[in-house]
Design a protein around this ligand. Structure first.
Ligand SMILES: *Cc1c(COP(=O)(O)O)cnc(C)c1O
Length: 469
């Protein structure tokens, strides 16, 4: 399996999975995509139907890693990755109505769907680094959720250290405790006296400091890594095969960076019988506006009840754009430069029509989120978190194809957002057993000034990789 950047010319060389795993983002600013997609035959689907979650995940990954690991190694890795999940099915399917379902993707260590891919990604990194006898330093900024999922994925791995910056006093208490109570020698959190943007600016400056970046082997685990897309395909396969495996199924997905629903699109292109893919957005609705009007224009980010979807630019959309532009890397590069400069993507009418054939979109504001949580609780007894509510609302608003079931992806546990859920239902959701003592756990808080040099010195003093390497 070979990969190219979404911005590269037709004559540039393709890369291996191992290369794109460690690189994440391409040097030209593009995202990596496979040169050819593998296909799932009906025989494959019949076989996948007999496997458990780690078995499906390993089978899907084996189609993408191109010989980097054997099938046996991948299965062991996947079994280890999902062992700590607090449901035997890892991603259980629940029925809400005759054709309406919910897939629960919040049974991992940090209660959000990001665990399903990051638990695999951390182990893939470690395996490659061990083979190459290399050590890297992962640095990231978080406004809350991604930091804890990345920390849980990287903790106790021999070949990497992780440093996460967060704005002191501006995350929720659950989010802060999920990061600061982790007791692992390679995990470091920095409470920065500033905003999320300050944290992100310092991280960018660290990456821009070339001697520091190469000396400490800086790397990132953000949502543009293809390995995350590959790992996310697994739960689409699990859900479709659970409902038979041959009849078409639609999905409704709460969308921010477009990584989750894009994995569904790739699963469909690989031959999985998926009918509609419904994008759910909150008031930060750039994707909904694009599907409705054909114009993709950046607006300011506004805080909402579903903070993990509060974004301006959906970075994974570039992968779809590359596809609908018939893989013309030069045209993608031009469009993306214009998007950055003007705030408006110069998408043609034809590009818009092709995108609309593949996706429809639904928008839900905060009042709608609260009303959906209340209605679903009243009607079915299911407690939804605010992100999952956006998906369920999109599912309920779909144009119904008679007899085609639809699955809404429930991407976070309701106890991660207890205030909104309590206001909507009167019920304060409880943390699951593995986090029940979160508020008693000892925190290790490192307050660091909002200064580049202070953060640099903090990382340099604690990273296990040394310049000499
Ligand atoms: C990250 C996240 C999303 C958005 O997913 P994308 O892949 O960025 O579109 C939605 N809901 C929750 C709970 C998340 O953590």
């Amino acid at each position: 399996m070979q990969y190219i950047s979404t911005r590269q010319g037709a004559d540039s060389a393709a890369l291996s999975f191992e290369q794109i795993l460690l690189a994440g983002l391409a040097p030209d600013g593009g995202l990596y995509v496979p040169v050819d997609l593998p296909r799932l035959s009906s025989g494959d689907l019949a076989r996948l139907r007999t496997l458990d979650y780690p078995g499906v995940a390993a089978s899907v990954l084996s189609l993408f890693v191109g010989g980097m690991m054997s099938d046996g190694e991948l299965l062991a890795l996947a079994q280890d990755a999902y062992r700590g999940f607090d449901h035997p099915a890892a991603a259980p399917l629940k029925q809400l109505g005759r054709d309406d379902w919910v897939l629960e993707l919040f049974h991992g260590p940090t209660l959000a769907f990001k665990d399903y891919a990051l638990q695999v990604l951390g182990r893939l990194f470690d395996a490659v680094l061990a083979k190459r006898q290399e050590h890297i330093t992962i640095v990231g900024a978080t406004s809350g959720d991604t930091g804890s999922a990345a920390i849980e994925a990287c903790r106790d791995r021999d070949n990497l250290d992780i440093f996460i910056l967060y704005p002191d006093g501006r995350t929720s208490e659950v989010q802060r405790r999920q990061m600061t109570s982790v007791d692992a020698p390679n995990v470091h959190t920095l409470a920065i006296d500033g905003s999320f943007d300050d944290c992100q600016d310092i991280v960018k400056a660290l990456f821009a400091d070339v001697p520091f970046r190469s000396g400490f082997g800086l790397s990132a685990v953000n949502s543009i890594n293809w390995a995350r897309i590959a790992a996310q395909i697994a739960y689409y396969v699990v859900a479709v095969t659970a409902l038979g495996g041959h009849r078409p199924v639609s999905f409704a997905v709460p969308t921010g960076n477009f990584g989750n629903i894009y994995a569904g699109h790739i699963a469909r292109r690989m031959g999985l019988p998926i009918d509609q893919l419904l994008i759910g957005t909150n008031r930060n609705d750039i994707l909904w506006r694009f599907i409705e009007t054909g114009e993709m224009r950046i607006a300011g980010v506004e805080p909402s009840f579903s903070p993990s979807m509060d974004i301006q630019v959906s970075s994974n959309f570039e992968r779809l754009y590359h596809e609908v532009l018939d893989r013309d890397g030069a045209a993608v590069a031009q469009s993306m430069a214009a998007f950055r400069d003007t705030g408006r993507l110069p998408a043609s009418h034809a590009t818009w029509l092709r995108t609309r054939q593949l996706f429809s979109a639904h928008r839900l504001d905060d009042a709608g989120i609260e009303a959906t949580i209340a209605a679903v609780w009243r009607e079915t007894g299911e407690l939804l978190d605010p992100h999952s509510a956006v998906a369920v609302s999109a599912m309920r608003a779909r144009e119904v194809d008679a007899g085609v079931p639809c699955i809404a992806l429930a991407c976070a546990h309701p106890a991660k957002f207890p205030d909104v859920v309590e206001r909507a239902t009167g019920i304060r959701p409880r943390l699951p057993a593995h986090l029940a003592d979160l508020f008693e756990r000892k925190e290790r808080i490192n307050r660091v000034p909002n200064q580049f040099e202070a953060v640099k010195a903090f990382v340099a003093a604690r990273a296990r990789r040394r310049h000499a390497q």
